[in-house]
Structures are given as structure tokens and as C-alpha cells.
Design a protein around this ligand. Structure first.
Ligand code: HPA
Length: 266
């Protein structure tokens, strides 16, 4: 099965209208997927799509209309830490491109390094630090692998997301996201280091997808939902249970911003 075969399979179920926007939903942020008016296709039916095993994720591709815009919403992602494959989302994102998408919005759960960005808050990624040393384009043989990352986080999409947040009267501060591979959380010493390096939040996803999106020529932007203060910055225990329990706090705000953003595209 090729990328275009998988895209054809999706069109057969979801209709031929091209997709405008792709959305990847992070831990505990899956609610929005169910608002899509269209079809929900299990990843298991889609060759090349990841076999996702992280609890709190919904492994379906929802294709249809949300706020009048044709979308493809990924209810789950494969993280590097699951199988050691940083390019795990490459086939799925290639299919998204094949379906006609021009832009991709990524969401994630993250720990904050900043005292003014608290659990339940959102942060718009102005940039990122790939602290993993990994890259999903390693092994790519063409010169297309040399992807410029200077404005990887699209200024146009970021401005549109900021405007959507302002219209909803919700704060959406900018920040730099650091990718740590996981699955263990960071140590307090690592968090102090990331702060020195200019990081504002830390998480285990998103960066490989930003790189893949730029490789594929998709405009991309990402929003973090802050579920906790990063290790050593508060007394609370950090755990996946805690992440899942806290994500809905930010998820409601995130949903308002994303819906407003989509309305702005009509
Ligand atoms: N570190 C890494 N990933 C995360 C965190 C964190 O503190 N919180 C949610 N995802």
C-alpha cells in the first residue's frame, strides 16, 4: 500500500472534498475529534498509520467538517518513546498532504518551566529546541532532507491563532518548547538546564511532527496545554495519570481557540 492508496481509501469513506487543515490532538485533548461532522476511521484500517498504545489517546482519523472547514483530526499520535521511531508519523502526515491539506495544527500536553505559565494555561510555540538529538528525516536520501527551520512555526498561523485567542479573550503566551524523548520524565537538574538554554515548556512530542510538516511543505503551528510545573519547580508529583487528569483544564480553552481559528479560515 502506498501513501496514495491510503489516501484513496480515506476518500472512499470520507468523500473527495480536499482537506484544508490537519489537527493532531495530544494527551487528554481528544474531545474535539468527536465534534467533527464526518467519519471516524480507526488507524488500524489505514496502512502506514501508527499503532498507538498510549492511554488517553483515541486512535482514529476524523475526517469531515468542523466550524465550516474541511479537517482531518488525528485523535492520537505515535511518540518516539513508544517504539524508538521518530518518523512514526511520517506516513500519516504524508497521507494528510495527499488529501490536500495545506496546514497543520499540533497540540500537546507539556510541563511549564515558567512561573507565569501555570497548569491549565496554554502556550503557543514560537519556536522549539530539539533536545533529543533525534530527527525523523535521518535516512531520507534526497536533498529535501535539508529542511530550513528558521520560521518552522508559521508566523501566519501563529498570528491567526493569537487573533483567535484574543477574540475569545483567552491568554496565549508565546514560548519555546523543548523536546525530551521520554518516556521517563525529566530530572530537576535537566529542567534547570533547559531553563538556562531558553526553554519555556517541555514535552515528549510535537517536534518531529513540525520537522516532518516542513519537509512535506505544510504550514505548521503548535499549542501546548500545560498540565504541570516541570520537575523540581513545584511540590506536586509528576505522572501520566496527573497529565491525563489535568489536560481537560486547558482543553476547553484550546477548543474555543481552535474553533475560532477555523471560523476565521472560512
Ligand atoms: N515533561 C515531559 N512531558 C510532559 C510533561 C513534563 O513535565 N507534562 C506533560 N507532558
Amino acid at each position: 500500500m502506498t501513501i496514495s492508496d491510503t489516501a484513496a481509501l480515506i476518500r472512499a469513506r470520507a468523500g473527495d472534498a480536499p482537506v484544508d487543515v490537519g489537527l493532531i490532538l495530544g494527551s487528554g485533548l481528544g474531545h474535539l475529534a468527536h465534534a467533527v461532522e464526518g467519519v471516524a476511521i480507526p488507524y488500524a484500517d489505514l496502512p502506514g498509520f501508527p499503532h498507538v498504545g498510549v492511554s488517553g489517546h483515541n486512535p482514529h482519523l476524523h475526517v469531515g467538517v468542523l466550524e465550516g472547514v474541511r479537517v482531518a483530526v488525528f485523535g492520537a499520535r505515535e511518540h518516539y518513546y513508544e517504539n524508538g521511531n521518530s518518523a512514526a508519523m511520517r506516513p500519516a502526515l504524508s497521507v494528510l498532504k495527499e488529501l490536500g491539506a495545506k496546514r497543520l495544527i499540533l497540540t500537546n500536553a507539556a510541563g511549564s518551566l515558567r512561573s507565569d505559565i501555570r497548569p491549565g494555561d496554554l502556550m503557543l510555540l514560537s519556536d522549539h529546541i530539539n533536545y533529543s538529538g533525534l530527527n525523523p528525516l535521518i535516512g531520507e536520501k534526497t536533498d529535501a532532507r535539508f529542511v530550513p527551520m528558521t520560521e518552522a512555526h508559521s508566523p501566519v498561523l501563529r498570528a491567526a491563532l493569537k487573533a483567535a485567542a484574543a477574540a475569545e479573550e483567552l491568554p496565549l503566551p508565546d514560548g519555546v518548547y523543548c523536546w525530551y524523548s521520554g518516556p521517563s520524565f525529566e530530572t530537576p537538574a535537566e529542567i534547570r538546564m533547559l531553563k538556562l538554554l531558553g526553554g519555556d515548556a517541555v514535552g515528549m512530542s510535537t517536534v518531529p511532527e513540525v520537522i516532518l510538516a516542513r519537509f512535506l511543505g505544510l504550514e505548521v503551528a503548535a499549542i501546548s496545554t500545560i498540565t504541570n510545573m516541570a520537575a523540581g519547580l513545584s511540590d506536586e508529583q509528576i505522572s501520566h495519570e496527573h497529565t491525563k487528569a489535568m489536560a481537560p483544564l486547558g482543553a476547553a480553552k484550546l477548543e474555543r481557540i481552535l474553533r475560532q481559528f477555523l471560523r476565521g479560515l472560512r
